[in-house]
Each structure stands twice: as structure tokens, then as C-alpha cells.
Design a protein around this ligand. Structure first.
Ligand code: AMP
Ligand code: ZN
Length: 495
């Protein structure tokens, strides 16, 4: 089977044919670093990670570029509202650059905890202003711009393909225009390439440009930086589904308006993570960040596991119950894998851990020869090649760990290789279970069981069986439960 991806451009699944053999150039819109990423944003980056790792497992060399938006993104994607960075800096009494630095670090801290590989090229908008100005000059030279009210606009009527990605035509756009229209625009869907007339007094970050001192519109950074690092034509551009209609549509108009060439061959968009109470918002208390997930006793990998259980093109509803199910599911999977590790030397276990980072799909198939594990692995890869179907891939993994006819070492080789894509640290976590380490942090033992053991210990003490009483206390300690005796009563707490 060959890799099939659903292309938003054309709205169908297509075989992935790269521009350069065995290489994939990918650009993904990165975060606007004005606040912590919420877990919805993080769904987008977990999906991107799965895409990159699937390509790598298939033997592609991947150049993965991600931007960091630290200027110009307004609270509305279509030139309305306030500047997100500026607003956040004012609210927090910090400079824009301080805000950007803090939340960029926080973002990569989150992605690391989710076992997301850092893109090879991470580029900040504020460090690429000259590239943006040069690109805007080309767009201008090709007749796609006009100055109005002090800002430079893109005239979408000069780009007949405008709206192709979102499958909308210009007439529909006019009919659907919102009431509040920037009076400087000829068409409501024209957009700003360069602002000189800031809506905000003393805009913190401004640069000199041929159009006057000012700052770039939000969309231009993605065109300028992707072209700089991936060339005028590249393979895959991705982002969340909300970006199709405005941001990515405008990116295409800019890039193709500047170069006159088809810019990107495959557009991939993931659906949203939604809350059962509606949109993720601070005021409704549904703006959940990774730290909240951790504070509730979940591992970031439980969240990753939850995400893999849904296909990227389907909406996923978040709830704490769903997190609980994911946690138990991951625990049960890891426990089964730990059983496969029983009896293996420490050296062999270390070797398996390293395999995850070194195996490609082809190598794995060769190693597995005619083992029954190979069939699971092939089906796993076919699921991934079929538009990255992680739910089907996971069920192949589940089938493999349950199959008693597969020799543990062969099953483990397949599992290690599958985990390159899944990123669940399967061998590592299973090895921890085997060594008993994980019991410390998990609620393997529930309250009722603890109380029973406390009673049993009290009975042992009463019978002067101190050895047994101490054993019970030590066993509980190994599970992260500390007993405290005071005034003849025993209380307990988790470490
Ligand atoms: P932003 O930092 O606002 O530019 O958003 C970063 C990424 O998160 C973008 O690709 C968005 O499409 C994506 N995104 C925003 N909200 C959600 C959500 N609820 N679920 C999934 N992705 C989202
Ligand atoms: Zn973008």
C-alpha cells in the first residue's frame, strides 16, 4: 500500500507523491504565544507529530518547519479585533517579547511532555520581518495590492483562484460578508499585508518598510517563512480546521500571488477537540491546559492515548470521564506489554527501548520475517498509510499484545516499531511496571483496599504479629501510601 492522505484541496484522499523522492517538506502553523496552549491546540500538534513520524517510519526524510507567531495575530483572524500579543502583554504588565519568550518555552514544555518531536526548523515571526517585506514586494510587483487608509491590502479580485481551498467562490464570499466591514477595503475579504495605521496607539513592535513604519498582517509570516525554508513549492501544509477559510486561503493568495506557481500539493487539516459544554473558553471554565490534566492525576501520555483513539478528521469530545477511560486503557495495555518483558534481561529491554528510535517499517518487516507478529505490523502500517487511521492502528496493537501465538520477543520488536509513530513510550512504561516503579504514582490501589489493609494491620498488631503489621505498612509504602499512627488511630496519605 502507498501513503494516502486526505487533501483539503480537492476534498479527497490522494496518494502522497513527494516533489523530491524520499523527502517530505512539511509546514505546520505554530502557536500564537500569548497564553498557554489549551489541550485543543495540543491536539493539532499531536496530529502533526503522528504525520511526521509516519512519514519517517515509511523512510522519508522529513523537513518539518513550524512558525511561532509573536506579532500581528489579531483576536479575529480577518483583521478585526485586538493584537493578541499586545493584549496579553498589557494584561500581564510585561513586554511583548517577555510574553513571547515565556509562552514559547511553555509550549515546548507541553509538547515535550506529550512526546512530540520538536520540528527541525522553528522560526519566529519577529525574526523574519525582512523576508515578509521581500515577499510583499513581489506580491505588489505582480499587481495584487493597494494602499488604503495607511495600510497595504491584498486585492483578492486579482487572484481568480481565491477561495479554492475552502471550496467557496467570490460571490458566496460577498453574500456572506459580515456587517462590520473595514471601510478601507475594496472587498470585505481583502486582507492586510502591512499595517502602518495601527488601531492601537503605540503598537509595541514596529519596523520600517517601503509602505511606512508598521507591522505585518498575520498571514504573511507563514508564506514568507515556509518559502524561505521549504522553497516556492513544497509537499504538505497543515493546521487546524478553523484555518481553512481565512488564514490558509490567504496564505495561498499571497504565496501564489508572489511566485505565480502552485505552492503546496497537500493540505491536511485536523478537526477540533470540543468540550461537552461547548467551546473551549476561559470564562466557562473549559479552557483546559496540560498542567490541569497533570494536576488531576493523569499523565500527558494518557491524553496522547485519548487523542490516538479518534481519527484526526473527526471531532473529539473531551471529558474527564474520557480521560479516565484513556488512563485505564493505557495502563492495561502497558501491563500486558510488561508481561511480555518478563524473563528478558535488562540488556535486552534496553535494546528494545532503543529499537523504537531506529526502526523503519521496512527494517521491521525484514526482522519479523515469517513471525505472526508481522501480519499485525503490516496491518498497523496499512492503517497508518490509510490517511493516518490511528484508531485502527491501535486496535492492531491491541490484537498483537493479546495473541498468545506470537513469541514475546517478536511481539516486542513489532511493538517497539509501532511506538515510533504512536509515541506512547510503550516499552519504557512497561519496563517501569515490571520493575514496580509505576505503582508509586498510580492509583492502582483504591481507598477501600487501603482501609481493608489498615484494619488487617491493626488486627495483626493486636495479635502481636508485628512482622505482618510491618510488612503491610512497607507494602503500602511501596505503592506510595504512607500510614501515620496517632492516638490509637491510623490515617493514610499518598506521597
Ligand atoms: P493558535 O495558537 O490560536 O494560532 O492555534 C494553534 C493551532 O491550534 C491552530 O492550528 C488551530 O487551528 C488549532 N486549534 C485551535 N483550537 C483548537 C481545538 N479546539 N481543537 C484542535 N485544534 C485547535
Ligand atoms: Zn499559518
Amino acid at each position: 500500500m502507498s501513503l494516502q492522505l486526505h487533501n483539503t484541496l480537492g476534498n479527497k484522499k490522494e496518494e502522497f507523491i513527494p516533489i523530491k523522492a524520499n523527502h517530505a517538506g512539511i509546514y505546520g502553523c505554530g502557536p500564537t504565544v500569548y497564553d498557554y496552549a489549551h489541550i485543543g491546540n495540543l491536539r493539532t500538534y499531536v496530529f502533526e507529530d503522528i504525520l511526521v513520524k509516519t512519514l519517517e517510519a515509511l523512510g522519508y526524510e522529513v523537513t518539518h518547519v513550524m512558525n511561532i507567531t509573536d506579532v500581528g495575530h489579531l483576536t479575529d483572524d480577518a483583521d478585526e479585533g485586538e493584537d493578541k500579543m499586545l493584549k496579553s502583554a498589557e494584561e500581564r504588565g510585561k513586554s511583548v517579547l517577555e510574553i513571547a519568550e515565556f509562552y514559547t518555552k511553555a509550549f515546548f514544555n507541553d509538547t515535550e511532555r506529550l512526546n512530540i518531536k520538536r520540528p527541525g526548523i522553528v522560526c519566529k515571526a519577529t525574526e523574519h520581518i525582512a523576508d515578509m517585506i521581500n515577499l510583499i514586494k513581489k506580491i505588489e510587483a505582480n499587481g495584487h495590492t493597494y494602499m488604503s487608509g495607511g495600510n497595504l491590502y491584498y486585492d483578492i479580485s486579482t487572484f481568480p483562484k481565491y477561495g479554492e481551498l475552502a471550496n467557496i467562490n467570490l460571490e458566496d464570499l460577498k453574500a456572506g460578508a459580515r456587517i462590520e466591514i473595514d471601510k478601507n477595503k475594496r472587498n470585505p475579504y481583502d486582507f492586510v499585508l502591512w499595517f502602518t495605521k495601527s488601531k492601537f496607539e503605540n503598537h509595541a513592535l514596529t519596523w520600517d518598510s517601503p509602505w511606512g513604519r508598521g507591522y505585518p498582517g498575520w498571514h504573511i509570516e507563514c508564506s514568507a517563512m515556509s518559502i524561505k525554508y521549504l522553497g516556492e513549492q513544497f509537499d504538505i501544509h497543515k493546521g487546524g480546521i478553523d484555518h481553512i477559510r481565512v488564514h490558509h486561503t490567504n496564505e495561498i493568495a499571497q504565496s501564489e500571488g508572489a511566485t505565480g506557481k502552485k505552492w503546496v500539493n497537500y493540505w491536511l487539516h485536523n478537526e477540533f477537540l470540543i468540550m461537552n459544554k461547548g467551546k473551549m473558553s476561559k470564562s466557562a471554565g473549559t479552557f483546559i491546559v496540560l498542567e490541569d490534566v497533570i494536576k488531576k492525576g493523569f499523565s500527558p501520555l494518557d491524553y496522547r492515548f485519548l487523542l490516538l483513539g479518534g481519527h484526526y478528521r473527526s471531532q473529539l469530545t473531551f471529558s474527564w470521564e474520557a480521560m479516565e477511560t484513556a488512563k485505564n486503557g493505557r495502563k492495561s495495555l502497558n501491563t500486558k506489554i510488561s508481561k511480555l518483558l518478563e524473563g528478558l534481561s535488562q540488556e535486552k529491554i534496553e535494546e528494545l527501548k532503543n529499537l523504537t528510535n531506529t526502526l523503519t517499517a521496512e527494517k521491521t518487516k525484514t526482522i519479523l520475517k515469517d513471525s505472526p507478529a508481522k501480519k499485525y505490523f503490516i496491518d498497523f502500517m496499512e492503517a497508518m498509510e490509510d490517511d493516518l487511521s490511528t484508531p485502527r492502528a491501535l486496535s492492531e496493537l491491541q490484537g498483537l499484545v493479546k495473541d498468545k501465538t506470537v513469541k514475546p520477543e517478536q511481539a516486542l520488536t513489532a511493538i517497539a516499531s509501532m511506538d515510533y509513530i504512536l509515541g506512547l513510550k510503550l516499552i519504557e512504561e512497561a519496563a517501569e511496571i515490571l520493575s514496580g516503579l509505576q505503582n508509586l504514582s498510580d492509583n492502582l490501589i483504591d481507598e477501600a483496599e487501603i482501609c481493608k489493609l489498615i484494619e488487617k494491620r491493626a488486627a495483626a498488631k493486636f495479635e502481636k504479629n508485628y512482622k505482618q503489621a510491618d510488612e503491610i505498612r512497607d507494602n503500602l509504602k511501596a505503592l506510595g501510601i504512607i500510614l501515620e499512627d496517632q492516638n490509637g488511630k491510623t490515617t493514610w496519605k499518598r506521597i
